[in-house]
Design a protein around this ligand. Structure first.
Ligand code: SF4
Length: 264
């Protein structure tokens, strides 16, 4: 934090990677967590963390940006929209501690890419195999609606994260906003994005350089409660992503093996 930035209220100091953990991804994670580039989002995420909601009043909120989470050798990258105010912004991990996360982890478990079907806390030991989960925007936005300017301000983090995830070949943007973020990320990495630009749709696909995009509706409550996105629809996209990524079928234990990853 620079000397010209406002003091944070009610947000404890962020933990940083220890020397034993310092990989390029962990260093990037530290940088993301320390970011205060978007004044509107910084103010919102910290106000939510300070004021809380009654059901989580006894909890200490994270109140900061969220780095991605998952398998550093992932072949599939999921891109969410942004942390939820009382989900990731509270627990400190993407899709952790809210209904969207319940839906997402359950589907990842059903398709063999997560070792459990639910996750409520960042320290629960959740392990992903073959999969990495990030977001187009790393701070919780008011009404779950980041602006295009905030997407563009945060975009360089996604570019660098994907650059460090060398095994990723399939990208699953969750929703049209994340689809656009994925296209911009690939363009920033020097890939030729076709014109006209591939349009977002649930199950829609596009090939860009060495990457394959597979779109999915976002597992927001608005989509899952109304049936616009069902578990079967979401799992079908994940199975297609897994097939495109060359990941083998899940074993009976629910674990995946990936050629060359050292996974069983
Ligand atoms: Fe920084 Fe991204 Fe959060 Fe903006 S949204 S403050 S760029 S981490």
């Amino acid at each position: 934090m620079t000397s010209g930035e406002p003091a944070r209220v009610g947000v404890p100091e962020a933990p940083r990677s220890t020397s034993a953990q310092v990989t390029p991804l962990a260093r990037l994670g530290d940088e993301i967590v320390a970011c205060r580039r978007c004044p509107r989002l910084v103010a919102w995420r910290e106000a939510v963390a300070r004021d809380k909601v009654a059901r989580f009043a006894a909890e200490s909120y994270w109140g900061r940006p969220l780095p991605g989470f998952g398998d550093p050798d992932a072949r599939i990258l999921l891109i969410g929209l942004a942390p939820a105010a009382h989900g990731g912004n509270r627990t400190g991990r993407v899709f952790t501690g809210d209904r969207s996360g319940d839906f997402l982890w359950s589907a990842l478990h059903a398709t063999g890419m997560a070792d459990r079907a639910s996750s409520r806390r960042a320290d629960d030991g959740l392990t992903l195999r073959g999969e990495y989960v990030a977001a187009a925007v790393r701070c919780a936005p008011p009404q779950n609606r980041p602006t295009p300017a905030e997407r563009d301000a945060c975009g360089p983090f996604l570019v660098r994260e994907l650059g460090l995830l060398a095994a990723v070949r399939v990208i699953v943007p969750l929703g049209g906003f994340s689809w656009e973020a994925a296209l911009r990320t690939l363009a920033a990495l020097g890939e030729a994005v076709p014109r006209p630009r591939p349009r977002f749709g649930h199950g829609g696909e596009a090939s860009i350089g060495p990457y394959r995009l597979v779109g999915s509706y976002h597992p927001s409550q608005q989509n899952t409660f109304t049936g616009r996105l069902t578990p079967a629809m979401f799992e079908a996209v994940l199975r297609r992503a897994r097939e495109l990524a060359g990941l083998s079928a899940p074993e009976a234990s629910g674990r995946l093996s990936a050629p060359g990853s050292g996974a069983p």
